[in-house]
Design a protein around this ligand. Structure first.
Ligand code: ARG
Length: 263
């Protein structure tokens, strides 16, 4: 079973635009976001996972996206350093949580990186996105600190601005991804490394179907990604659908709300 860190969207809203999904003119329904987030948390608890919580902070409407708060591998915490000033204050708050909760090895990053939004950990390697948020220099910084090879993947479609909007690990040695989100050379790397990968359609990707959380043979998947749900079931996975339509308005889905604490 996994341990996840989550942040209740008590102050969630869409008040600025830092990705193509966000429209401050439309805003968001905070109460509905909280209900949908609670259903996601309950889904994890129902599957037997542990959920830990960090307090949300007023004025940080995107803090619900805990995946961006850090990258944790073997108990080591590589801190986030956000690209946009609107989210910059989240980095130190997450770091503070780790220091207060008994993590002795916490690195304050020198390089721009948005945590597990762009770093996805497999058994032997860490896949790392760049192109929109996390810098390649951060890939090297993470590799040196976390002690696992980091493979750089270049994202090319602004709608899929974090790696976790375009790809999710299926266990420790396989992945599911949307091919058109990647530059040709990165797609070549993925095809070579993962000949058994599940490839998703554009509709699944737009529904945030790649922003999923797999543990064992179970995938927590946004309900709107219906084609992908069938493809995964065809491969023997159990799919747990969740509705996160309100958080989608900020460009987020289930994985964005979930930071895995790897002991
Ligand atoms: N509005 C947030 C941003 O653009 C959404 C972050 C989603 N998180 C993620 N892990 N993809 O930064």
């Amino acid at each position: 079973m996994a341990t996840y860190l989550m942040c209740k969207p008590s102050f969630f809203d869409v008040t600025y635009t830092i990705n193509p999904w966000m429209d401050p003119g439309l805003g968001a329904d905070t109460a509905k976001a909280v209900r949908q987030w609670e259903a996601l948390r309950d889904a994890y608890l129902g599957l037997g996972h542990e959920v830990r919580l960090i307090d949300p902070a007023p004025g940080l409407p995107d803090m619900v996206f805990a995946a961006n708060g850090a990258t944790v591998v073997d108990g080591r915490v590589y801190g986030a350093r956000f690209l946009h000033p609107e989210r910059a204050a989240e980095g130190p708050l997450y770091e503070e949580w780790f220091r207060a909760n008994g993590y002795p090895e916490v690195l304050t990053a020198k390089e721009t990186n948005e945590g597990e939004g762009d770093f996805l950990t497999l058994d032997e390697v860490i896949l790392a996105g760049t192109g929109f948020r996390t810098s390649e220099a951060a890939h090297r910084e993470a590799e040196a600190f976390l002690g696992r090879p980091v493979v750089t993947l270049r994202l090319v479609d602004p709608r899929f601005y974090h790696l976790d909007t375009a790809l999710f690990p299926l266990g420790g040695d396989n992945v599911c991804y949307y091919p058109a989100a990647f530059a040709p050379e990165s797609l070549g790397v993925l095809r070579e490394m993962f000949p058994k990968a599940v490839e998703a359609t554009e509709d699944d990707a737009l529904a945030f179907g790649l922003n999923s959380v797999c543990a064992g043979d179970t995938v927590v998947l946004t309900a709107a990604a219906t084609t992908l749900a069938k493809a995964l079931e065809g491969r023997g996975y159990k799919v747990v659908p969740v509705e996160l339509t309100e958080l989608h308005k900020a460009g987020g889905g289930p994985k964005c709300c979930t930071l895995e604490l790897r002991a």
